[in-house]
Structure formats: C-alpha cells, structure tokens
Design a protein around this ligand. Structure first.
Ligand code: ADP
Ligand code: MG
Length: 169
C-alpha cells in the first residue's frame, strides 16, 4: 500500500452504537469528510498506527475500515481503538492518527467470543509491530508534536512526511 504511512485528523463523532464499548473495545469514529479523503489504495480491513486527541499523549491504536451499515454499506467508516484506558469519552475532540501498517482484511465471525479474540490478537500484533524502530519513529512525527490548541500562538502545523494529508482541522 503506497499510501502508508497515512496521516489524517478529524473530529470524533458519534457512531451508531454497535456496542463496541460493551465489548471493552470502544472505537472513536471519524466523520465522512475524513473517510471520503482516503486514498483509493487504502481498502477495508484492520490497520495499526499511532493516535492522540486534544493535547494528550500519542498512543498505539488499531483501526478498522469497513462498510457502514448506517449507509446501507455504501460508505466506508473509519473507527479507531486507542490502546489505552481513558476515564472519559472524548466526543468532539480532534483525533489525529497515522496509519502505519495493515494487519488483515475485514471478516465476519461466528460468535462474539471469536470476534473479541480476533480484536485482541490485532491489538497484540499492533503493539508488537509498533515497537519496530521504523514504526516507532512515526510517533515522534511533527504531525503530532506540532499540534496547536486554539489559544496557542504557534504556527499552523505542517507534517514532515511527504505523504501527509491533513483532513479537516
Ligand atoms: P460510537 O458508536 O459512538 O463510536 P463506541 O462504543 O464505539 O461508540 O465508543 C466510542 C467512544 O468511546 C469514542 O468516541 C470515545 O469518546 C470513547 N473512548 C473511550 N476510550 C476509548 C479508546 N481507548 N479508544 C477509542 N475511543 C474511546
Ligand atoms: Mg465507535
């Protein structure tokens, strides 16, 4: 996938309550504007990378890109699970992510237990992959370090990687 690593950001919007939180695996959903900007070669499936929101720390993440039932499966959705426990929800915050690599295609599972097991194995895979020096260094990319808050006087953020595309904010 030549578009990886792929940088993007956008507001965390409400999903359609598939209950991922009840599974212990909440996923922060991006708005359509971010999904619509995905390069054509980034298809559906499970990806790993780095993510942060607000002025918070950068954490490992797994992302699912899939077909959104809300739009009768005509539209992709992008859902990021940050591999960290947060005390509170962060709807409305700006989520910044870099998608670093691909784990597996989308598939269905015969049971909830099988789905949860697959997600947990994706999380383990993401944790391991992101320890590689060439993946770890993306955590320190300008894209994350030069985030500006609305009250900040710093110049607008410019990401250092040539393939950077910033969506939304
Ligand atoms: P929705 O259908 O609205 O996306 P989810 O059950 O998927 O609902 O929960 C997602 C929300 O949970 C996120 O928008 C965010 O505010 C919150 N959240 C809390 N912890 C995490 C986390 N570790 N990763 C992603 N989202 C989280
Ligand atoms: Mg979600």
């Amino acid at each position: 996938m030549k578009s990886l690593p792929y940088f993007c950001r956008g507001e965390v919007v409400r999903g359609f309550g598939r209950g991922s939180k009840e599974l212990g695996i909440p996923t922060a959903n991006f708005p359509d504007s971010v999904v619509d900007n995905l390069p054509a070669d980034i298809g559906t499936g499970i990806y790993y990378g780095w993510a942060c929101f607000g002025n918070g720390d950068v954490y490992k993440m797994v992302m699912s890109i899939g077909w959104n039932p809300y739009y009768k499966n005509k539209k992709k959705s992008m859902e990021t699970h940050i591999i960290h426990k947060f005390k509170e929800d962060f709807y409305g915050e700006t989520l910044s992510v870099v998608m670093v690599g691909y784990i597996r295609p989308e598939r269905t599972f015969s049971s909830l237990e099988a789905l949860i097991a697959a997600i947990n194995s994706d999380i383990e895979e993401a944790k391991m992959q992101l320890e590689l020096p060439e993946h770890r260094k993306l955590r320190d990319d300008n894209f994350f370090t030069s985030r500006t808050s609305s009250s900040s006087a710093s110049p607008p953020s410019t990401a250092s990687t040539s393939q950077t595309i910033i969506n939304g904010h």
